[in-house]
Design a protein around this ligand. Sequence first.
Ligand SMILES: C[S@@+](CC[C@H](N)C(=O)[O-])C[C@H]1O[C@@H](n2cnc3c(N)ncnc32)[C@H](O)[C@@H]1O
Length: 274
Amino acid sequence: MNRDLRLGLLAAVAAMIPGGVLAALGVPASFVVVVAIGSGVGVVVALGRRWHRQAAAGIEAQTVHLRGAIGIAATAGNIPTYWTEHSITPETLTLVQQLIAALGARRVLELGSGLSTLLIANAFRRAGTGRVLSLDDDGRWAAQTSETLAREGLASFAEVRVAPLVDVTAGGRRAPWYDLAGIAEGDRFDLVIVDGPPAWKGDRLARLPALYQLRRHLSDNGVLVLDDAARGGESEIARQWQRDFPDLHFRMVGVGRGLFVVSLRKSTLDLLPA
Ligand SMILES: C[S@@+](CC[C@H](N)C(=O)[O-])C[C@H]1O[C@@H](n2cnc3c(N)ncnc32)[C@H](O)[C@@H]1O
């Protein structure tokens, strides 16, 4: 329903209910009219202010988003920076790249390839060191990301590996998650970015196994980040991780669609915005 129409209807209801009650109680008509108008106007003002605040917050979020996208485009050279609803947001990627720089992270493991893989690989190329390994369950999408990496001359800084989803028991449930057969037991990563498997395919807790399966692959000062952490499923995952890993350190960062940061070292959290 159109917002103005909804506002009009709510104002009418707000005017009619107290007006009707007072009229039924035999209160003088002039008083009833004043209360009814006052109540209707009150609803219009309160809802108008609320919607205005929401619109202002939306514009603010878009501004941050655009600023991030422009900042990244400025350093991306000729790499096409196409942001889709599936991509990590530019503001989250900026924070991830700051984290990579601050940690001196050279070995990054990503779950869910795409634009993030290209841009992290590009940052490694500019730094002259570092490598991202991205696991993807979707062979066609993985091939597309790999082709773009090769076309942009980034293949030495990133690899996309197809990892089909297989049933995994972790965190008290059995559900499909990435097959880690391609990762050697001794492999260690400074940063793990959890941006898959896609929750929109039906399992809102699809990313739950990540910390249970990958903790042993984190380097001594390793960090794991969970994207889309403001969503219901990911918030639940974050709560369960905090419960099940009391020796780790956690911070929810209100950037993009929410980034939940898990760190082996408490001091690493100081690198993050509050
Ligand atoms: C959240 S996406 C990963 C996005 C990626 N990290 C990025 O920032 O571009 C998770 C999965 O969705 C699938 N996918 C399907 N269509 C996609 C698209 N247009 N963009 C990104 N991922 C897509 C891929 O299999 C991918 O691994």
